[in-house]
Structures are given as structure tokens and as C-alpha cells.
Design a protein around this ligand. Structure first.
Ligand SMILES: Cc1cc2nc3c(=O)[nH]c(=O)nc-3n(C[C@H](O)[C@H](O)[C@H](O)COP(=O)(O)OP(=O)(O)OC[C@H]3O[C@@H](n4cnc5c(N)ncnc54)[C@H](O)[C@@H]3O)c2cc1C
Length: 430
């Protein structure tokens, strides 16, 4: 028994044989919510976290501003989770956007809605959100044990009995009537999410869908991206081409880096790109630098510019069309000499420029490692989990919540809401 360093409190009215009624593994958004909700129903709850504090990943979300959720409908939410979206329906019905905003508001975190219906805290501070939730958890009466790593699940007769842990090199066991596993994914391991939950669930008999990075920057061929490193483009479209077929298209903001392409647009397309690369398909990203103009309108615009600036050199004219960093790349890729007088550019060359502006193409050769992903795709197969309670279909009284499950969505606050909603449902179901 670990009682020596945990001293679990036994409720005199309800002396149980177990150390706790409920043990929650992992103190991210899913675990905090699950533990808090369970404790609110007068259960003896222990949240076990291997790091020194709660919500290490939550504290760096949304570039430190924390995109908490998205002010949209349940149907729209489910759409952003792709084929596993329906699994989340009961969780969203039980605890959705307004519930989360209300809970945060009651705990001193007012929220606001920004572009794309993204919900942020008014204080624009992810650490303050994590602190507010930690304080709320304390008030619910749940206990916490930090620097404690769960190393195994105790299972007897297909039912959970407790956990094994390691704390400062000491090992031991803790018993409980129910366990909620909320260990997150495998990305940003320095936050504590190292994929332990996949091993624990697998040992309990669960199937794990291959874990791979999603919302991940893409690595491209050649040195074009490197030359454009640091350049960010807004209001462009990027489309994903797989084996010469257009598979998806997004409008927004992107960034060139020393290895390839990043930014919200690319992250959104990355899940499909990773899957295609894994299938050994040819993957390309095509950037449309002038998405507001179709070929005909763009040609009319170029004709007008060419006649207005007929005496200028080609590279000077390009300043009215492109950010400075893109100009040398445009000159190299269109093959039109930089000092050519605009009035002398012929129709074929103009067509070449127009095509390049609408079709700036990169061959994708890979993706950054899962450690750099915003989210892990794959995880515990949702078919083996009851969507109405989050309970395992394999081990009685074992529950799951958050990113450890095979659920992942686009950027926009969907992933945090899913962690909170599944955590809530598991917490009230136990
Ligand atoms: C840089 C970055 C920015 C992001 N920004 C956003 C955003 O703005 N909006 C959004 O919706 N999503 C965002 N996400 C995704 C979001 O943070 C995650 O989906 C979410 O944190 C998942 O919550 P979780 O509780 O399931 O897991 P986690 O937050 O990963 O928490 C899991 C916890 O379990 C603990 N743990 C793991 N193994 C053990 C073990 N063996 N024993 C004990 N404890 C263990 C970990 O230490 C960790 O504290 C971002 C992710 C990253 C990496």
C-alpha cells in the first residue's frame, strides 16, 4: 500500500475497503474536469499527476492565450473531428461551450469570442486558466498527488481495482473502485504527455489506433521554403494534392520555416498529408497567392498593371503584387528576367506569372516529429469505449477522457472542449 506517503482519507460514514472511490490519472484539462466533477458528488477522489503541477500543456495552449473552445454548434464540432466526431455527441450534450464558459466565469475567467468563433479568456493568459481550474479543483475536495507516475493498472476479474505508481523512485499500489485514465497524447513530452496511457490501456486489453502527429508542420523538398523562412502569408489558400488529385483546400494564414511549411492553414491540412505520406502517396501543397481573383480576373488585373507600369522593370512591378521576400522566388520560378521592361513582357510570360501566382507548388517529403505536434491522432479505439459514459467496454469501472482517446480535431478550440467534455462525462458517470 502506498498509504505511507499518500495517507488517503477514509470517510467515517462510508468506510470502504479501497483507498479512494475514484482515481484520476493525469492532470490535464480532461483529468482536472473529471476529478472535479467526481469530487462534487461527495466521492473520495485522488488525481495523480506525474509532473510537479497541473495542466502543463494547458499553460502553453493557443500561443499562451488558450483557445478554450469554439462558439459553434455540436454538429459543427463533430464535423471538425472527422469520422470519430459522432462518438463525442453525448459528451458534448452533457457539457458544451456555454457550460465551460460559465464554469470559467464562476472561477474568475471571463471569456470572449474572436475571429472564427474562437473563444479565449479575456485575460489572454493560458496559465491563469490553468491556475483557476486548479483552484476550482481544490474547492471540489479532490486530492492531488504530484510527481507521481502511474506505472500500471490493477485489474482483477475484468474489473479495475487500482493502480501502481512510482513516486521519487518508491513504488506502490493504490486501490479504488473506479479509475479514469486521462494521460493525454504523445506530443510536447516535456509537458508530461509521453504516451503512457496508450501502454496502460493496451495492457488492459484495449486496441490502440496507430498514434501519429496531427496539426504538425510539413517538411518540403528543395530550398524554396528555407529561402522564404520567416515569411508569413495571410488570406491565401493552400490545397493538398495527393497523387495528383486535389484532396482539401483551406483559406487563411501560413508560414515558411527552415524545414518547410507551417501556420494554421498547413496544420489543418497536415493530418491528411501525414496519412497520405504514410500510404506512400505523392503529396503536394499548392498555394494560391491570389485566391480572391480567378484566372480571368487575375489576367485582367495583370493587364491593367502592365499597361499602367509599362516602363518599369519586371522586379519593380512585382512589389505591387507580392511581399518582398517572394519576389526573387517568383523571378526564378517564372523565368522572366528581373530587369525586363514590363511593356515588353509577352502574353505567354504573363500567363506564366498568372499560373505561378495561382499555383505556387511544394512537394511534401515528410512531417515534423510527433513531439512537435499540437495533437496526437490515433489512440484508444473509441469502439471499445461507451460514448454515453466513457467507460471501457473491456474493463469494468475503467473510464477514459481526453486526447488519449482516438479523437483529434482541427485548430479552433475543438480539442480542449473535447478534453473538458469527455472529462466531465467520465467524472459524472463514475
Ligand atoms: C503547443 C500546443 C498548443 C495547443 N493549443 C490549443 C488551443 O489553443 N486550443 C485547443 O483546443 N487545443 C490546443 N492544444 C491541444 C490541447 O492542449 C490538448 O488537446 C489537451 O491538452 C488534451 O488534454 P488532456 O487532458 O487529454 O491531456 P494533456 O493536457 O496532455 O494532460 C495529460 C496529463 O497526464 C499526465 N500524465 C501522463 N502520463 C501520466 C502517468 N503515467 N502518470 C501520471 N500522470 C500522467 C501528464 O503529465 C499531463 O499533465 C494545444 C496543444 C499544444 C501542444
Amino acid at each position: 500500500m502506498l498509504s505511507s506517503f499518500f495517507s488517503p482519507k477514509l470517510c467515517p460514514m462510508n468506510k470502504q475497503k479501497t483507498d479512494y472511490d475514484i482515481i484520476v490519472i493525469g492532470g490535464g484539462p480532461a483529468g482536472i474536469m473529471a476529478a472535479g466533477q467526481a469530487a462534487l458528488s461527495d466521492k473520495r477522489v485522488l488525481l495523480v499527476e506525474k509532473m510537479e503541477r497541473l495542466g502543463r500543456k494547458l499553460r502553453i495552449t493557443g500561443k499562451g492565450r488558450c483557445n478554450l473552445t469554439n462558439d459553434t454548434t455540436i454538429d459543427e464540432f463533430m464535423r471538425h473531428f472527422g469520422k470519430n466526431g459522432r462518438f463525442l455527441k453525448p459528451a458534448f450534450y452533457n457539457f458544451f461551450v456555454s457550460d465551460l464558459r460559465k464554469l470559467l466565469d464562476q472561477n474568475g475567467i471571463a471569456t470572449m469570442v474572436e475571429r472564427g468563433s474562437r473563444v479565449f479568456p479575456v485575460c489572454e493568459s493560458a496559465p491563469r486558466v490553468a491556475d483557476a481550474l486548479s483552484n476550482w479543483l481544490k474547492k471540489t475536495g479532490a486530492e492531488t498527488s504530484f510527481n507521481t507516475r502511474v506505472t500500471g493498472l490493477l485489474i482483477e476479474d475484468s474489473a479495475i481495482r487500482g493502480i501502481t505508481v512510482n513516486r521519487h523512485g518508491k513504488t506502490g499500489q493504490l486501490t479504488a473502485q473506479s479509475v479514469i485514465l486521462c494521460t493525454g497524447g504523445k506530443s510536447y513530452p516535456r509537458t508530461g504527455s509521453t504516451g503512457d496511457g496508450y501502454t496502460l490501456a493496451k495492457e488492459a486489453g484495449h486496441s490502440i489506433k496507430p498514434v501519429r502527429p496531427a496539426l504538425i508542420p510539413l517538411v518540403t523538398d528543395g530550398d524554396t521554403a528555407v529561402r522564404l523562412q520567416g515569411l508569413s502569408l495571410r488570406n491565401v489558400t493552400a490545397s493538398l494534392w495527393v497523387d495528383n488529385k486535389k484532396q482539401a483546400e483551406e483559406l487563411g494564414e501560413m508560414l515558411f520555416t527552415h524545414f518547410g511549411l507551417s501556420g494554421p492553414l498547413i496544420l489543418t491540412l497536415s493530418g491528411q498529408a501525414v496519412d497520405a505520406l504514410e500510404n506512400k502517396s505523392a503529396v503536394q501543397i499548392v498555394i494560391d497567392l491570389k485566391p480572391g481573383l480567378d484566372h480571368q480576373k487575375l489576367d485582367a488585373r495583370l493587364l491593367r498593371d502592365f499597361s499602367e507600369h509599362a516602363k518599369q522593370q519586371y522586379h519593380t512591378l512585382l512589389h505591387s503584387l507580392l511581399p518582398g521576400k517572394l519576389i526573387p522566388v517568383c523571378i526564378a520560378e517564372t523565368g522572366i528576367p528581373k530587369d525586363k521592361i514590363v511593356g515588353q513582357i509577352n502574353a505567354k510570360e504573363r500567363q506564366c506569372l498568372r499560373n505561378w501566382l495561382k499555383d505556387f507548388r511544394f512537394t511534401v517529403t515528410g512531417y515534423r516529429p510527433i513531439e512537435e505536434a499540437i495533437i496526437s491522432a490515433g489512440g484508444i479505439d473509441t469502439k471499445e469505449v461507451q460514448s454515453k459514459t466513457m467507460e471501457s467496454r473491456i474493463v469494468k469501472n475503467l473510464y477514459f477522457a481526453g486526447e488519449v482517446l482516438d479523437i483529434d480535431a482541427d485548430t479552433g478550440g475543438y480539442n480542449l472542449q473535447a478534453a473538458f467534455s469527455t472529462g466531465f462525462l467520465a467524472g459524472v458517470s463514475v
